[in-house]
Design a protein around this ligand. Sequence first.
Ligand SMILES: [Fe+2]
Length: 224
Amino acid sequence: MKRSEINRNIRETIRFIDEMKFKLPPFAYWTPESWKNKGTEYDEIRQNQLGWDLTDFGSGDFDKTGLFLFTIRNGNLYNPACKKNYAEKILIVNPGQVTPYHYHKNKMEDIINRGGNGVLNVQVYSSLNERELDKKSPVPVAVDGRNYQVDPGTVVKLSSGESITLFQGVFHQFWSDDAKLLLGEVSMVNDDHQDNFFLEERGRFPAVEEDEKPLFLLVSDYSR
Ligand SMILES: [Fe+2]
């Protein structure tokens, strides 16, 4: 993705998050320049990949297959010194934009429709293996304290305020039909390097074409 496109998306997203009256932590607004003065006491942000995150899942078409995220807190499975075993993110979904089928082996997550006055569609299947939907078995879900099973391929519809628990091994894809949505994600530790199993071969972090300076760093920029 072009950096100019990423910058434009971040600007739009900040406006939307403001409209939703959601507040991000201060590090959301640290410039690349000010990052240079942030010492090791901020390593949790870098190492646990907190902050702006945007992906087109390798599709080359962010508007159709993509997701904008901000990780507010996270643990770190590779750092025993990190005691945090939970994570929180917000996700911004544009109308018609799909997050494609994937599941997690380690992470159990709740996806919450927090704002935007629209319906979030979450389609679920159990998994036969990393690359195969189980088209026969019922799928266990929990929706706001109601634990039940749905038919394979069911689209669970979540109105504002509603949430779904996605258990390990449950394939999920999600999208919004007609409203821009602010979603929350509350989960176990998030590991985007090892724990996303996509039904189709996908990339998780975009290759960036530097056609202008970054407005803010993405989590994938920290190591660069
Ligand atoms: Fe997921």
